[in-house]
Design a protein around this ligand. Structure first.
Ligand SMILES: Cc1ncc(COP(=O)(O)O)c(C=O)c1O
Length: 387
């Protein structure tokens, strides 16, 4: 990877040290350019003409193909969405639930996992069972804690693949095996994964997996994708049915011939072609760098950051120490200072970070476009604060 060339294409790198990719990633100029080109085309040539409609369809297909490549998934298993949460809720609300059904999740979870589950508990009498996982737990402990909560009533195991608040990476393949052994589905929230780690739907064997376009993929807000294992598409009812949800219908008889199997059944009616073009371009940019290379570089920078943090008096690293449960989200507490205050002090020095709640800490994301020098600089600033 030619890191200087990569950074030349990402303007924010000239202005600040951006370590908040896990919230929203800075777009490369070619992504923004692609969005503008489509908007300009629509403005000048019309958004719905016999020329522009095939162009829009081609962009949509380019994106679906791009997502399939990114996720190592068959194209017919990919639905385009507008965010991670959109995809997650499509699955959760699309399943049929009965009182006493159970969802297994964990104590570190993002609201996008916890809230749809708790809503079902309130509205459908579903029981939410919460595994008490510690960011420092190893793989076997994590699996044992999840397994202990599985029962014949478990319908869904619903977890973030990488936890937003401490960077803990869960073992996707093994959790899928556990869930399937008990007859449950696995829905993974991949908000922190698409564009950070090499995705492998075929290898991991999970049932549903949602990603955003706007975080580690460096695409625009308002984009995302959902993987659904092909055989399960008929099991998910589109709760916002638009024209893709049916093959045909008759308003006199009310007869509906449902589209059961094609993911277009989940499409809302009008979506932004310009944003889809931006996400397609963001995926192309990543594909050119290499998905494995991107993951390896983010992990190497995170390891370097943890090394630097360990040598700063008063710093406690709250994320995993690397290895198979580690990721490029590094979280830490600094003795005598609130996380919010550390974030503000970093920002005053041109470093973008965020605070996180569980456990309370500062989060730094090392994306592939960050550098060793940036990591050293952050550690130097934190060292001054720690003194
Ligand atoms: C684990 C996790 N899930 C869901 C979300 C929400 O993502 P989106 O805005 O794409 O719905 C986030 C955002 O930070 C996240 O970290």
């Amino acid at each position: 990877m030619d890191i200087l060339k990569v950074r030349e294409g990402i303007p924010v790198t000239r202005n600040l040290i951006y370590l908040n990719t896990g919230w929203s990633g800075p777009s490369p100029s070619r992504v923004t350019q692609r969005i503008k080109e489509q908007l300009d085309y629509e403005m000048e040539r019309g958004p719905a003409t016999l020329d522009s409609l095939p162009r829009s369809r081609a962009i949509h297909e380019e994106l679906a193909k791009g997502v399939a490549g990114l996720m190592n998934a068959p194209e017919e298993s990919v639905a385009l969405t507008q965010s991670t949460t959109h995809g997650l809720v499509m699955v959760v609300n699309g399943l049929d639930w009965f009182p006493g059904d159970e969802i297994v999740t964990c104590s570190l979870e993002h609201p996008s996992v916890m809230l749809p589950s708790l809503m079902l508990q309130k509205t459908h009498g579903v029981k939410v069972r919460i595994a008490d996982i510690d960011p420092k737990d190893d793989k076997s402990i994590i699996l044992a804690k999840i397994e202990a909560l599985l029962s014949p009533r478990t319908r869904l195991v619903y977890l973030s693949h990488i936890q937003f608040s401490c960077g803990l990476r869960l073992p996707a393949k093994e959790v899928a095996e556990l869930a399937h052994r008990r007859g449950a589905f696995l829905l993974l929230d991949g908000a922190q994964c698409g564009g950070q780690i090499a995705l492998d739907m075929k290898g991991w064997g999970c049932d549903f997996y949602a990603i955003p376009g706007h975080k580690w993929l460096l695409g625009p807000d308002g984009t995302g994708a959902l993987y659904i294992r092909k055989e399960l598409i008929p099991d998910i009812t589109p709760r916002y049915p638009a024209h893709g949800a049916v093959e045909e219908y008759d308003i006199r008889t009310g007869a509906l011939k449902l589209n059961l199997e094609h993911p277009r059944k989940f499409r809302l009616s009008t979506t932004s072609v310009a944003l889809e073009a931006g996400m397609a371009e963001a995926i192309a940019f990543q594909r050119e760098q290499g998905f494995q290379e991107i993951e390896a570089r983010g992990m190497a920078l995170a390891a370097r950051l943890r090394d630097g943090l360990r040598s700063i008096p008063g710093v406690t690293i709250t994320s995993p120490e690397g290895g198979e449960t580690g990721s490029a989200l590094v979280t830490f507490a600094l003795a005598g200072r609130e996380p919010r205050q550390v974030v503000e002090l970093l920002w005053a020095r041109g470093i973008a970070a965020r605070q996180v709640p569980t456990p309370p800490a500062v989060r730094l994301c090392t994306a592939f476009y960050n550098t060793e020098e940036e990591v050293a600089q952050v550690c130097a600033v934190l060292g001054e604060m720690g003194r």
